[in-house]
Design a protein around this ligand. Structure first.
Ligand code: VGL
Ligand code: ZN
Length: 240
């Protein structure tokens, strides 16, 4: 790696005049302030290796999130928190298998293996998360007949989890979203955060996706269209 002095030495004065230093040294350029919150989405045993709906490389987000969380005064975590026999479980729809879809009164629903059942070890947050200052854990998906990928709004599109009210009550303007899974709970949370009027960043290397039927590419496209900013954890300044 070249350091700043070496790069400057390599550049002529003309090049220096035309190249903004910010373009050269973009790393760690975002500094979370008191109006920023990190939303850590569903880092739960069911989505980690050995879990019933394990996300590929899901465990790799944990150290990234732990490090990044140090830069945030405000951290909120979410927990997928389903009833036994939840409507999103393939096991309750006869003849249906996980990852197939069905039509429910509120729209299309992907069916999943049973996961994150209330009070089970699978629903517990990863024991490797090290964010003691996290100030709120919001549970979602606890209505038996309605799923909730989003931390803001259930899948019926109208039942609020209360998170937008909480964040606004705490004068939060910007949210940074990380966790599992990029193409479901992370993306739906980011999109609803935009709809609720927040500035939204998704930290790509602090997320992993499920990617079923093109869901990952679609999620990034939808997020880009909605004005969600796609960043890397190295873009966030963590002071020593
Ligand atoms: C999730 C599928 C089902 C997620 C939750 O956390 O992304 N995905 N339930
Ligand atoms: Zn779920």
């Amino acid at each position: 790696m070249l350091d700043r002095r070496q790069v400057l030495a390599m550049l002529g004065t003309t090049a220096l005049a035309t190249l903004a230093p910010t373009a050269l040294f973009a790393a760690a350029s975002i500094k979370p302030d008191d109006a920023s919150a990190l939303l850590v989405i569903d880092v739960q045993n069911c989505f980690l290796p050995g879990g019933s709906l394990a996300v590929k490389e899901g465990e790799q987000v944990v150290p990234v999130i732990n490090k990044m969380a140090k830069a945030f005064a405000n951290v909120v975590m979410t927990q997928d928190w389903h009833t036994p026999g939840h409507v999103s479980f393939a096991s309750v729809h006869s003849g249906k298998k996980p990852f197939e879809t069905i039509d429910l009164p509120y729209g299309k629903q992907v069916l999943w293996p049973d996961h994150c059942v209330q009070g089970t070890d699978g629903a517990a947050l990863s024991k490797d998360l090290a964010i003691p200052h996290a100030e709120l854990i919001i549970r979602k998906g606890f209505h038996k007949d309605v799923d909730s990928y989003s931390a803001f709004l259930e899948a019926d599109g109208k039942t609020s989890t209360g998170l937008a009210g909480y964040l606004k009550g705490r004068k939060i303007k910007r949210v940074f979203v990380a966790g599992l899974a990029t193409d479901f709970c992370v993306a739906w949370t980011a999109l609803d955060a935009r709809k609720a009027g927040f500035e939204v960043y998704v930290v790509e290397d602090a997320c992993r996706g499920i990617d079923t039927q093109g869901s990952l590419a679609k999620a990034w496209a939808d997020m880009a269209k909605a004005g969600v900013k796609r960043i890397q954890s190295a873009d966030i300044a963590v002071s020593a």
